[in-house]
Design a binder for this molecule. Structure first.
Ligand SMILES: NC(=O)c1ccc[n+]([C@@H]2O[C@H](COP(=O)([O-])OP(=O)(O)OC[C@H]3O[C@@H](n4cnc5c(N)ncnc54)[C@H](O)[C@@H]3O)[C@@H](O)[C@H]2O)c1
Length: 437
């Protein structure tokens, strides 16, 4: 047994602030209230349903994760956020039409009480939306200051002990790192001078980190994946993580691809296409927002299959991802994959996946887990990039020079071993020779 790391207890209330109060955020919040009322179970949430094995298999020590590490109780969560539309959470949830109206009506009062704060928004970053509920400021620094005030007021008014911020806003257009992102000094100068390379999501993140609030990024936006933010997170000793919740098709990819590789089966092509009709789909219909998503989705196979190590199996495999906005389907996405694989002596085979999924039903438990784990990380004194939370992301943030780990099962091992490490338990290597000695 190693030494326990000092983790501050999860006393008092935890505020979860989401820039963006659309389908994902409302499904999370309504879901937590519904679970509190016994109307459903937190399916898909590792923090609520998952267990963790400790010690040897023969020890039979398998507590629930929530009983093993000190996580905030669902009863102690308080929700708030910002949106470019003024709808309260009940109205927004009805519009998102993920959960049925019967369920929403049972928790209507709680949802109506959550009203968004006016957003920081720039149409150049989300071209398909026309916001009406937007902050004004001379400089981007002024806007960051207003978000900081929102955070402080929210904390005081709700008598919160701690906060986390999770981006559930729309996907911003694709940008690459630019000079204003390279250091905190350059970034702050950029905020003062309204540098166009600073996106709204970066303004929220900067405000959060300045207030000591952990920031998790549910979209493929660059946001905290820049040296300036990593520097600020380290300076303020705050955890950050991202990018882009791993839900439907990419989840399937990171389940299947490690299996093909484990059995040394070749892949010559992987064609993925989707239809979805929610607001996210509408935003992604813009080529520059789609580009952010595409980059985030495409990286996965390259890293899992490692063609440089296995040229006979994966060299030049063809990977294509398409997203088609198709309003009739709403949030109920359909994702098709055609996978061309080959086996012994190169004989070709095909795998077809038709995943009729529900985007926000898959995303909501991830937001909950991320909020609880990011808060745990903060209480355990972990700051900067939280690579152990890669499990939740399509495009995980990692230290400079490292390649991201995309294999879902390696990610889960990493996550659970991190929890064991935090509690001074032995890490599990799955060696198991001792059972046969
Ligand atoms: N649902 C999934 O499975 C999934 C998976 C991975 C990533 N995501 C990402 O999560 C995000 C949320 O998805 P969603 O389905 O809830 O989308 P949504 O369109 O229903 O909600 C996004 C909300 O953000 C608001 N918004 C846009 N810009 C904002 C800003 N600058 N400040 C505050 N609010 C802003 C919009 O008005 C909207 O209400 C998207 O970026 C999406 O790409 C979702």
């Amino acid at each position: 047994m190693k030494k326990n790391i000092n983790i501050l207890p999860a006393t008092g209330k935890l505020g979860i602030l989401t820039p963006g109060m659309g389908a994902v955020a409302t499904t999370l919040v309504a879901g937590v209230y519904a679970i509190q009322r016994g109307l459903g179970k937190p399916i898909g949430s590792l923090t609520q349903m998952g267990t963790i094995r400790l010690g040897k298999r023969t020890d039979k020590r398998v507590p629930f994760i929530k009983d093993f590490v000190p996580l905030t109780d669902l009863e102690d969560l308080v929700f708030g956020g910002w949106d470019i539309f003024e709808d309260n959470m009940y109205e927004a949830a009805i519009k998102a039409s993920v959960l049925d109206n019967g369920t929403l009506d049972k928790i209507r009062l709680e949802l109506e009480n959550i009203k968004p704060m006016p957003a920081v928004f720039d149409k150049d970053y989300v071209k398909r939306l026309n916001g009406t509920f937007i902050k004004k400021g001379k400089t981007k620094m002024d806007l960051a200051q207003q978000i900081r005030e929102d955070i402080c007021n929210f904390k005081t008014t709700n008598r919160l002990d701690r906060l986390v911020m999770i981006w559930c806003g729309s996907t911003e257009v694709y940008i690459e790192r630019s000079p204003a992102h390279q250091s905190l000094d350059a970034f702050e100068k950029g905020l003062e001078e309204n540098d166009p390379a600073i996106s709204p999501s970066m303004i929220y993140a900067y405000a959060a980190l300045q207030e000591g609030v952990p920031y998790a990024n549910g979209a493929p936006n660059l946001t905290v994946d820049i040296p300036a933010m990593i520097e600020l997170a380290k300076e303020k000793k705050v955890p950050i993580s991202g990018k882009d919740f791993k839900t439907g098709q990419t989840l399937m990819k990171t389940i299947l691809a490690p299996g093909f590789k484990a059995r040394m089966l070749g892949v010559s092509g992987w064609f993925s296409t989707n239809i979805l009709g929610n607001r996210d789909g509408e935003v992604l219909d813009d080529p520059m927002s789609f580009k952010s998503k595409e980059v985030s989705k495409l990286g996965v196979l390259e890293y899992i299959l490692q063609p440089q190590l296995y040229p006979d199996l994966y060299k030049d495999f063809y990977h294509k991802v398409r997203i088609n906005y198709y309003p009739p389907r709403g949030d109920n996405k359909e994702g098709w994959d055609n996978i061309d694989i080959f086996g012994w002596l190169g004989y070709p085979m095909q795998v077809k996946v038709d995943f009729l999924c529900r985007d926000s039903i898959l995303a909501a438990p991830l937001v909950l887990d991320l909020a609880l784990f990011m808060d745990l990380a903060a209480r355990a004194g972990m700051s900067g990039i939280q690579e152990w939370l890669s499990f939740y992301y399509k495009s995980p943030m990692v230290a400079e020079g490292l390649y991201p780990e995309h294999d879902l099962f390696i990610q889960l091992k990493k996550l659970k071993n991190t929890l064991r490490h935090l509690k001074g338990e032995d890490l599990i290597t799955h060696l198991g020779l001792e059972y046969y000695e």
